[in-house]
Design a protein around this ligand. Sequence first.
Ligand code: PMP
Length: 396
Amino acid sequence: MPGLSKRIRGLTGGGDDGWGLFYEARRRKAAGQPILELTIGEHDVRTDPLILDAMHTAAKGGHTGYAAVPGILALRQAIAERLSESTGVAHGPDNVLVTPGGQAALFAAHHAACDDGDRALLIDPYYATYPGTIRGVGAVPVPVATRPEDGFQPRAADLDAAAAPGAASLLINSPNNPTGAVYNAHTLAGVARVADAHDLWVISDEVYDSQVWDGAHRPFASLPGMFERTLTVGSLSKSHAMTGSRLGWVAGPREAMSHLENLATHTTYGVPGYIQEAGLFALQRGADAEAKVAAPFRRRRDMVLARLEGQQALRAIPPAGAMYVMLDVRATGLSGADFGAGLLDEEDVAIMPGESFGTAAAGHIRVALTLPDEVFAEALDRLFAYAGRQMEKAHA
Ligand code: PMP
């Protein structure tokens, strides 16, 4: 076999990128062990049948040929309307490129923002694919650590220091995976200042914008002067339980979008038309349908927070959004990875160690709120029992 490119061989940065425990849990589950999985961000419900009906109707109606590369006009219009409303900045269809999921949008946005060898900032802890996405376009990921005591909100001074040696982009994610942080006005103003000072593209991953429990989501493009330097990433995966449909978008200034359309022509050649029709139908159902998909995560988040009372082993910064709770396990004396390994062995419960998301969430675990309430309650029983035992051991 001829040699493979450095770029593809270097994509993951080596090791298992913290996914070892996840794959081990999947292996045990496949072997028949009754593992309770609180790992990835996948709903416990499937896509609404009405959305599937719309997909079926579109496919039967003949929408199975190549669709317009940037996305069908009606869907781009619907996404533009949603963005105009949420940002207060007028968006038209020319500001929107439909992509196969938010992940492809993240890749396209970095492709547009970064040249080979450019520094691309991201906030640690981060969603697991971020560094590989950045390496995939030939740029260099530069994680900027946040602190639990700040509620994982990035500090402008840290961003400024990381940007100084010539960065091209800054990737933010609010509501945040894995921490559940929703960036406040102070944080966003700091990001805007740094972006202006260093002439950065801000790539704003807002795929959890329909899942906000405290405060309000502020789209980054809504900040004064920021629309021109922002590429906003969105998706129907989380808002409409459509993870498998692979439907997302990147939105931004018109000139950038025309280049992004060229990129789509040479990579994906668009998204299936029947999927886009289903996405259009889903968006047209309005905010109530999104609130219905989000409601179980709010309920389960509150279940976790209620459990935290009257015990010392686990702590949490109450997540203001998204479908996860980050728990601090440091009182047990264990790392997130060791806590997770023991929990899987002793209780058949799988979580993601904080160390899977960079270095800033070491000593934490991420619990996905993705099991039906009764099963979730059982998983919490086991999780808290295990944590209590570890705490006793640590103090014995
Ligand atoms: N961004 C974040 C923060 C995510 O958590 C995910 C999925 N887990 C994505 C982007 C990508 O989602 P999708 O490609 O399904 O739209």
